[in-house]
Design a binder for this molecule. Sequence first.
Ligand code: ATP
Ligand code: MG
Length: 136
Amino acid sequence: MERTISIIKPDATAKNVIGKILTRFEDAGLKIVAGKLTRLTKEQAGAFYEVHKERPFYGELCEYMTSGPVFISVLEGNDAVALNRKLMGATDPKQAEKGTIRADFADSISANAVHGSDSKENAEKEIKFFFPELAQ
Ligand code: ATP
Ligand code: MG
């Protein structure tokens, strides 16, 4: 059993598709074991995307992530990290496989509907960051 973090980003919450996206996770066998609707502060977004600090889109990314509410959840299941990434599709929705969350709901490479942890190690760090009470 593995856990991962999903963030439904501001473009998707604005479109009223939180329920549709959560249904994709549930239909794929992932269990939602924690969740909250919140708005990230500049400090939280900056710290969360710290790995991208040197990338040219860092400022834009942090602006965007704080532009509206996000729904953050912890998903649990077999191979949860990889399964969530598969359901999400490629970072750029134009490259995302048909039927994936980003192909169906994302607007652009920056406003791309969802975030998902990219490794088991980062999943643990991200769970600790957003749900310290759940950290193992
Ligand atoms: P995420 O970490 O959000 O799950 P990802 O792992 O598919 O997405 P990363 O390379 O980690 O992609 O990039 C983090 C986020 O930064 C992307 O989801 C996207 O919102 C933004 N981003 C990535 N590349 C670009 C780019 N070339 N231009 C603008 N924004 C970008
Ligand atoms: Mg990433």
